[in-house]
Design a protein around this ligand. Structure first.
Ligand code: ADP
Ligand code: MG
Length: 242
């Protein structure tokens, strides 16, 4: 079953064309790792999926809903896609528990008692059962990012989008976040992950996509593409991130 379908998608900022006719189908359970040079449109690609950016051409269908649909359709679509950002983006004035409860209470209309139980279970799952009453400022970057993952999972998305989730973290904190992402993947979640973590791509990714000059220039099994890059541009790129 396809969860995300790009049909000839064009995205421009002013006169600059960032996505230039992208076609792509992502099926349920795939863990798609997206790589590409800085400024190649990886964040834009993710942000178009949950309509943080609008597109100029083509269409994107997420679990049967179009990004070009009505306001109600787009609101429903956004609930299908949980997003995790490089800079965590937690609400600083809310505790970890309140951050995770927020979506279920405000967008899914779940009552607070149930939302609290679910949020506690999710924070336990990401290893933060002891920190539920901490504010983001009282947590390390790795812990904040794990709260952000729990918060995204709390809306029970069909799909999780990650935009360089470990890039803002010190190297020794990256592992704990990657481990949680691996657990989420092993739970069967469909994931699209922009990252430079090639070990994660190899170990957890089921598919690797190289975005270059507005197009998907490579698309295949991570181990194969990483061991034996078919193009000089991918080879050059991999030398930069290695
Ligand atoms: P990446 O995530 O691969 O580094 P981005 O998707 O952030 O790339 O950006 C792709 C291109 O689009 C860049 O040239 C960037 O400057 C441009 N861009 C991104 N967001 C905007 C925006 N809101 N307004 C204008 N240009 C933008
Ligand atoms: Mg980016």
């Amino acid at each position: 079953m396809s969860i995300v379908e790009f049909k000839n998608v064009v995205k421009r900022f002013g006169t600059s064309t960032v996505l230039n006719g992208i076609d792509l189908t992502i099926s349920q359970g795939e863990v798609v790792v997206v790589v590409g040079p800085s400024g190649s449109g990886k964040s834009t690609f993710l942000r178009c999926i949950n309509v943080l950016e609008t597109i100029e051409g083509g269409d994107i269908i997420v679990n049967g809903l179009s990004v070009r649909g009505s306001g109600a359709e787009v609101r429903e679509l956004r609930r299908e896609a949980g997003m995790v950002f490089q800079q965590f983006n937690l609400f600083p004035q809310l505790t970890a528990l309140e951050n995770v409860m927020f979506g279920p209470v405000h967008t899914r209309g779940i009552n607070r008692a149930q939302a609290r139980d679910e949020a506690k279970a999710l924070l336990d799952k990401v290893g933060l059962g002891e920190k539920i009453n901490n504010y983001p400022g009282q947590l390390s970057g790795g812990q904040q990012q794990r709260v952000a993952i729990a918060r995204a999972l709390a809306i029970r998305p069909k799909l999780m989008l990650f935009d360089e989730p470990t890039s803002a973290l010190d190297p020794e904190l990256r592992h704990e976040v990657l481990k949680v992402m691996q657990d989420v993947a092993e739970g069967g979640m469909t994931m699209v992950v922009v990252t430079h973590e090639m070990e994660f791509a190899r170990k957890v990714g089921t598919r690797l996509i190289f975005i270059d000059q507005g197009k998907i220039s490579e698309d295949g099994p991570p181990a194969e593409l990483l061991s034996n890059p078919p193009s000089q541009r991918l080879k050059d790129f991999l030398q930069h991130v290695a």
